[in-house]
Structure formats: C-alpha cells, structure tokens
Ligand binder design. Structure first.
Ligand code: ANZ
Ligand code: ZN
Length: 812
C-alpha cells in the first residue's frame, strides 16, 4: 500500500481552505464558468454513491476548466423544504427544522471531505428566512404580473401525502413521491401561469445544449398540437360548443360527438329521460385517472345525453354522448367522433352500434388513421388530407363556425400545498379588500416553529391562530393569512439566481451582477427532473426576464445527466435490499480520490452501472503504482549521473504517449468521457514505467514529462496530485497551473506499421518510416526477407500501396 489516503486528503483540503484558492471573485482572470450541480436534499441517510457520482466527476471537469484558464464558480446548497423532513417529523416527533439543519451539517461535512472546489461562501439553504423571503418575493412578482392566480379546479390529490400535486408530480396516475394512486378533488388552489410561456419554452429548446432525450421529453410534455376548432350547435337549443380536432379533413365522417363527463354543458344538454344514467356515469368517471381514461386498450364506456348536435359542414344531426375517454382538461373538453379514422372512436362506435362512415381513401380495413384522399365529402372530394384541412377550415371561417387552433398539453403549475414544511404563500385575505399581497417590506412571512403538523388534509398552518390571524396591509382591518405553503419546486426554480449574490439583504439578487454571471454554463443532475424542475426553472427565468430582472432567456445553457450507480447485484440501491454502498467506508479505506476515480473509470458518466469492489480495489492499486513510478522518476531526476540530453527513440516513444494523452484527455474529459480519460492516464503510466527500464535516461526531459502527467492527473485525483506535485518540488498549487497543450509534431510517428497482403491475405506486418513515396515503399517491401520468403519463386503480378496502412501483393 502506498502513502495516499485520508491523511493526504485532509492535508490538502486544509491548505486549499486556508489559502482560499477556490474563492470566486468575478474580477479574477479568465472567462466566468458557472458550473452547477443540482443541489442536495438534506436527508438523514447522508451522502450516497449517487451524490458522489453527480458531484465528483463534475468537480473534476471544473478543475480541468480552471486549469484551462476559466474563472470557475461552483456553488453548493440545500433544497431544504419538503415532504421527507415533514414525514420524518411525523414519525419521530423531531421538528423538521431541527432534523433538516442537523442533516445539512452532516452533509456539508461529507461534501467537504469530497475535496471539491465548492464555493461554500455562496451557499444557499432554502428553508432559512433569508432565502425564502425571496422565494416569496418571486411569487409576489408573478402575482403582480398576473402570472400567479387562485382558482377552483379539479386537482390531483395524493391521499397518502395528504396534499395536492402538480401534474408533473403525477407519474402514471400515481404520486411521484409515494406511488399512491392519485385522485381528483375540486379545490381552490394557487397556480403559476406557465402556459403563457408554452410556445417560448418549446421554441427555445432548440437553442440548448441538452441531452436530446430530455429535450424530447419537454417537447412532449408541452405537447403543442396544431389543429382546428369547429362549432357544433345543439339541435333545438341555444347551446353550442367547440371541438378541437387535428383531422378537420374528416369532418364529413362525424357520426356522433362526445363531451367529457366534467364538461359544464353536460347537465344542460341531457334530456330528462337520460338524467339518471348521465349523473351516475359522471360519478363513476371521477374515480378514474386521466391515464386510464386515455388508454387505447381500455374498454370504452359512455352514455347518450338524449340531445343532438349539428355538423357545421353539412348540417347533419349527430347524437351527443358523454364518455370518459374525452378529457375535460384538453382542447375544449369535446370531441367530434370519426370512427372510420380514429381508433378510440372506432372502438366506441363498434361497442354502441353507432354508424361508421369512411371519408378518407386508403388502407384495407378500418379504422384507417393515415392521410389520404377525401371521399364522401361533397365538394371536397379528391383533396389530399393537407389540402382538405385548408379547404375545410376556409369554409368554416367563411360561415363563422370555426378556424385554426393550436393547443398545448401543458397545464398551469399548481404550487400550493396543504403541508407545513414549505415557504408560506405571502397572501392575506381581508373581509373588505379581498385577496391582498403582503407588501415586500413585510417579507418574509415567517414559518412559525410551533405548529401541529400531522397531516389531515387541512393545511397545518390554518391550525395556528397566531399565524393565520393578521391585519390587512391595505385597510388595517382583520384578515387571515393564506395557510398553504409553496411547493418546494418553487424554491428550486430560482436558486441558481441567488448563489452569486446570496448575502444580498436588499434584493433577491442584483440584476447587473446576475446578468454578468449567468446563465449557468454547465448544469448537471438527474434525468428525472426533465419535466419538473428543468421546466419550472426555465419558466421562472423567462418570467423574471420579462419583468426586467434578467436579460437572458435560458437558465442552463448546457445540461448533462449522470447515470445511476446500482448495487453490486445490479439492482437499484436500497436499504431493504441491503445493497447500498456507503461512500464513507470506502473513503476511509482508499481515500476520496480513489473513490472518485473509480466512479469515473468504472462507469460511463451518463449510463452508470453496478458497483464493484474489485473495481475500486484496482483503482487503489493504480494509484499506488503511480506513486511508485513517480517516486522512481524523481530519483532519476534528482540523480543526474548518467544523464543524457538527446531525444532518441525511447524519449520519442514516451513523448508520443505524453502528447497523445494531453490531446485525448482534453477532448474526452470536456465531453464528460471520464472513463477513457483515465484509461489514457493508465497508458501514460505504463509508458513512464517502460522508460524507467531504459539504461540511460534524459532527466530534464523526464521531469517535463512527469510535470505534464501530474497536471493531467490533477482534476481526477486532486489531493493525490497536489501531493505528488509538492513531492516533485513544484509550488503550491497545481490548480493554479496551466493545463498542458499538446504538440502536434510529437504525434507524427516516425514509423508506421504496415500490413502486407499477399494474394488477398494479410501475411506480415513491417515497420516503415513515414513520409516515403510509393516507389520507395515498394522497394523496401520487396527487399524484406519475410516478404521474399512469402513470394519465393512466384511471379510478381501486381503491387499496390495504400498509404500508411497496407501493401497489397499479387503473385502467381
Ligand atoms: C377528430 C379526429 C378524427 C381526430 C380522426 C383524430 C383522428 P392531439 O394530437 O393530442 O392534440 N381530442 C381532442 N380533444 C380531446 C380531449 N379533450 N380528450 C380526448 N381526445 C381529444 O389530439 C387531438 C385529437 O384528439 C383530436 O382530433 C380529437 O380527435 C382528440 F380521424 O378529432 B380528433
Ligand atoms: Zn403521495
């Protein structure tokens, strides 16, 4: 075992800390590089391998960038409000504030032991009043702009978490956090109007250097759909309604229309005869999740209302049904059904014996859902789907019964929560003045400590009279505070704006400063945030920009996701499976650099994989080997007896590896390809070892070569490299050194290996000097003893040279 271990880690952490070398100052030389890892949730279970996999390699990337001349800003903080702490409190009786602050203390210690260049002086902790004061300010700004509003709506309710959820927090009909099936409840809640930005959120994705998959997920979530609206009048009634369709060319094929059970028009449309059946159906529909309702395979159900609607294009009377496969929250909550050309309508019509009429030519069987020529559509017959859409819309426009329409799947962001551990919503309800925003000078609305927070579906804060009862900021009369708190995703939607100016007590941030330091240049975190945090943060940035607080459009220019580190069994780590890896134990045994380097070498960064003890042990041996070899190199360098100054074959070979490593590592590590970067370091180590076996060595040259080696190693093994740097007699700190640049001349090899093909088969390989002409090469090849014996007495028919690779000989 070598000398490297936690003692070395501690030594250099102390030096870095005391010298303050990583302190960020925007006036430092170099282009600013805002490197950000998604901040941690302070849980009781400490830092796990996943945190390490997120933060360690990104710190290595940032260290390389620093050496390449960037002025790196890499802050860290805690996303400290939220349900886990509150649920833990309910279980144990420990107040969420106490447990959270204690967890933060532990995690900070662990994060420091990682030896990353975190700018701790810029830390933010979202549950502290000096932060959430400004979360409340952000909310108020949105409210002033009409981007925050309160409304009654059927919302997602998790019966286990006892709170409403945003659409983004409902995964396959279940709660994102606890997997309980989510139900619908009609509640008055606060929403943020993210839909105002739907189109820009979609368009600007094209500008971002983000994983394609993540962009695709956001595109799908925003769900822009271009179609048309058509107005159907209800027969013998003054009621009319719109339908949204992406296939207006099929308008002649409508044989019935469907309203969502929740559509407000349903009761007014239903005739007495059908009232009972419809009422019962509406009741049943409440119990179904949107996902179930939209499933193609699920058995369709529905009821007739007794009323008819008039098709605007041909005046035909069609029955109006109510069915839960139509969602009230999309489009107009009403659908024109074309069973011949839509799968769901087809299944429904088949089940209820409704007519099915083909209006698009093509395919053998129904439903035919592709494009084609219009038929059975009077004057439109013969038009293609696209021509037909234009023509039908034109007609609808001319009779004022429809037009083009764009719809989005994205819904406004529901941000109020009936829970305790969150930022109070800074709103007051006054009997006289109604809904009143808390004035900025009265912020923060502090979260009281002594509150009964066991959840029962009512906001815990509503049970605290000291909190709820207040006076109206407008009229001074009695008023009540909003007792819901903000979803933690609101806290995390703007934290990257606070980091650079975290001590500002006058403002959330200084606009000019933030405009200089943002956007974030590199953002790294889990892919699970694709349609939540990453969407919300983009929206908040754009909204603040429109209010004049920011001058950039996007918060995160580049984004990378780390993969998942699995247990040794290949399964997701979990306490119950007993397959968790505790970083602390390994770090104690191997040192933090070995842990970090193993994560970087053992896995593709964006893929992750199964943990292996053998893997980390072999990295431990690699570090020991480097230590031994560098020690020997230093002995050679310090003992200049059998010194030479020329660069001969051995030096050239080593120099090649040196410059090849510089080139490859610079390229690969910048692309987050850390595993291949470390593989190059291993080759470099081998080349050094080989050179040590030479009889005579060039000490000055060797010194340069190990200086470069230690620099290349530094980002990946920061403590160990700093120690080696010091032992080599260099000045503190290696992280103030310039990253080496490769010399392309060193990469031109004097000789190349060429394959000799005889009659189509590779028979030999010979080394040939580079830069020779074809004729010179032919001559060398034909005079080679091995080649001579291959041809023997055969007659040479043909010889072809493929430069740098191959010589092809045909001999009979
Ligand atoms: C008639 C039609 C004929 C349709 C046809 C499709 C094929 P996207 O792409 O998702 O926007 N639709 C509209 N509103 C709906 C609602 N609230 N709930 C369920 N389905 C709804 O899909 C638009 C299509 O989904 C619309 O076009 C409508 O069915 C249906 F051959 O209208 B279509
Ligand atoms: Zn839940």
């Amino acid at each position: 075992m070598g000398n490297y271990g936690t003692n070395i880690d501690e030594k250099w952490q102390k030096n870095w800390e005391e010298s303050g070398i990583y302190k960020f100052d925007e006036n430092n030389p170099g282009e600013k590089l805002y490197t950000l890892e998604m901040f941690s949730y302070p849980s009781g279970s400490k830092l796990h391998a996943g945190h390490w996999f997120n933060y360690g390699p990104v710190d290595s990337w940032a260290r390389m960038k620093r050496m390449q001349g960037f002025n790196v800003f890499q802050p860290m903080g805690f996303d400290a409000f939220g349900l886990p702490a509150e649920n833990y409190a309910i279980k144990t009786g420990i107040h969420p504030k106490d447990s959270t602050l204690k967890n933060i203390e532990t995690m900070e210690k662990q994060l420091r032991a990682m030896g990353a260049m975190f700018n701790w002086e810029n830390e933010v902790i979202t549950c502290l009043p000096d932060y959430y004061k400004w979360t409340q300010w952000v909310f108020l700004k949105l409210y002033e702009k009409g981007l925050a509003y309160r409304s009654e709506a059927p919302v997602n309710w998790c019966p286990s978490c006892n709170t409403v959820l945003a659409n983004e927090q409902v995964v396959d009909g279940t709660c994102e956090r606890c997997s309980t099936e989510v139900i619908k409840k009609n509640l008055t809640q606060w929403f943020l109007k993210i839909t105002d930005y739907a189109d820009e959120l979609l368009q600007d994705l094209d500008k971002l250097d983000w994983p394609e998959k993540t962009k695709a997920m956001q595109r799908h979530w925003i769900g822009k759909s271009k179609g048309a609206e058509a107005i159907f009048k209800v027969d013998k009634s003054s009621i009319e309604f719109k339908v949204f369709t992406t296939r207006v060319d099929t308008l002649f094929g409508v044989t019935y229309v469907v309203l969502a059970p929740e559509n407000d028009l349903v009761d007014g449309l239903t005739t007495d005869e059908y009232k009972e059946a419809v009422a019962k159906y509406k009741d049943d529909a409440k119990k179904q999740s949107d996902i179930e309702r939209q499933s193609i395979t699920r058995e369709k159900t529905g009821v007739f209302t007794g009323s008819y609607a008039i098709n605007p294009i041909n005046g035909r009377k069609v029955p109006i049904w109510v069915a839960d496969y139509v969602l009230n929250t999309y489009g107009t909550g009403a659908v024109m059904a074309v069973p011949a050309h839509d799968e769901r309508d087809f299944a429904f019509a088949t089940k209820y014996n409704l007519p099915i009429e083909r209006v698009i030519e093509g395919g053998d069987s129904l439903p035919y859902i592709e494009h084609g020529k219009m038929i059975n559509s009077s004057e439109f017959n013969g038009l293609s789907t696209n021509e037909g859409k234009e023509a039908v819309v034109k007609k609808l426009q001319s009779i004022n019964l429809g037009g083009w329409k764009v719809n989005y799947r994205l819904r406004d962001w529901l941000v109020s929560r009936q829970r305790y551990w969150g930022a109070p919503i800074p709103i007051v309800y006054c009997e006289k003045c109604g809904t009143v925003a808390v004035p900025e000078e009265n912020l923060p609305v502090e979260l009281p400590y002594d509150v009964e927070f066991s959840p029962d579906g009512k906001s815990p804060l509503s049970k605290s009279p000291e909190f709820v009862n207040t006076t109206c900021p407008k009229c001074g009369g009695p008023a009540k505070r909003e007792a819901d708190t903000l979803d933690t995703f609101v806290c995390s939607s703007w934290y990257y704006l606070r980091y650079p100016d975290n001590k500002n007590s006058e403002k959330a941030f200084d606009t000019e400063k933030i405009n200089r330091l943002l956007p974030v240049d590199m953002y790294v975190g889990g892919p699970e945030h694709a349609c939540m945090h990453l969407l919300y943060a983009r929206f908040i940035t754009k909204a603040l920009r429109d209010m004049g607080y920011l001058n950039f459009d996007e918060p995160f220019l580049s984004l990378r996701h780390q993969g998942l580190i699995l247990g040794p069994d290949g399964l997701k780590m979990s306490k119950s499976k007993g397959n968790t890896i505790s970083p602390d134990d390994y770090i104690k045994e191997f040192g933090s650099d070995v842990f970090r380097m193993y994560l970087m070498f053992g896995f593709d960064y964006s893929e992750g994989g199964a943990w292996s003890d053998d893997g980390i042990k072999s990295i431990g041996r690699f570090v020991d080997r480097i230590e031994r070899i560098l020690t020997s190199c230093r002995e050679v360098i310090n003992n200049s007896e059998n010194d030479k100054t020329s660069l001969d074959k051995a030096e050239k070979a080593l120099n090649y590896v040196r410059h090849f490593s510089i080139k490859s590592i610079s390229e690969d590590a910048s692309k987050f390809q850390f595993n291949t970067s470390i593989a190059r370091l291993m080759e470099y180590t081998n080349a050094l070892s080989k050179y040590l076996s030479e009889d005579v060595k060039n000490a000055a040259f060797l010194k340069d070569v190990i200086v470069d080696f230690i620099k290349l190693l530094a980002p990946f093994a920061p403590h160990f490299a700093e120690e080696q740097w010091n032992l080599t007699g260099m000045n503190f700190s290696i992280f103030n050194e310039k990253w080496p640049e490769f010399d392309s001349n060193a990469l031109i090899k004097d000789e190349v290996e060429i394959a000799i093909q005889v009659n189509g088969k590779v028979r030999a390989k010979i080394n040939i000097a580079t830069g020779l002409s074809d004729d010179e090469i032919k001559e060398i090849v034909l005079n080679d003893d091995e080649v001579k014996s291959l041809i023997k007495d055969k007659e040479l028919k043909k010889i072809i040279v493929v430069k740098g690779r191959l010589v092809n000989i045909v001999a009979k």
